[in-house]
Design a protein around this ligand. Sequence first.
Ligand code: LER
Ligand code: MN
Length: 272
Amino acid sequence: MYNWKFAVSSADDAPATAPILLKGTVEENLEKAARLGYDAIEVHTREDVEFDYDAIRAVSERTGARVGMVITGRLNTEGMCSLIADEPYIAQAALDGMRQYIDMAQKFGADIVVGWVKGNVPKGGSREKYLSRLAKNMRILNDYGKERGVKLNIEVINRYEVNIFTTAEETMSFLEKYNLDNCYAHLDAFHMGIDECDPIAAIRRCKGRLGYFHLADNSRQYCGSGQFDFGRMLEALDEIGYEGILSVECLPVPNGEEAAKRSIEHMKALIH
Ligand code: LER
Ligand code: MN
């Protein structure tokens, strides 16, 4: 099997109900991640945060752990921005914020995730109309990222949180229809457990276009806590030639560091 790199979710702070395992500065979280056996962290952050990139690079060089992904959801959950919005000033603010995230990712040598910030189709709205607006805005970001060597990973999220891109099929069809060549599908085991009839088929559907993968067990607790067959998922990821990061994004139960430790132990034992 491929020798994947592992990442763990991190943020400056987050409520206990959020699937964030490491809390603190980026420098502190890199130290903790390396100590727990991880190669990288994903950083959940606002778009306007000024990081000390030189200091972070120094910690990366010393520990071997790096920032692998910038997560953009807070531009939506805190900033109320959405790429699908009817209000032009909201869609423009979403584009501006996403360009800031892309600049940030470029400095980290990372990519970005596009999750909640894509927005939802309003009740009764035409999916066709809203998806074509989203595609127009994604085209702008697709090209902005491409010029800077930053890939965009569209996360497939379950139907209780969003109403578009809830399956691999829907997300891949969108990427193909609009020919977004710098955009990739991002699967999350927890979400797949809700909306994919066959998570293995979902992984196979993303062949050649899978950019990122989130790990959590079926109740969103640490890998190995529940019912998922991660061995079969890894075999499918190997079969489609996935060489990206596997990132643990689960609930901090019994606590963040323990969940991170148990997850990586469980996953590494399955790689042969
Ligand atoms: C974020 O990666 C995610 O999976 C969403 O459910 C937001 O929590
Ligand atoms: Mn996720």
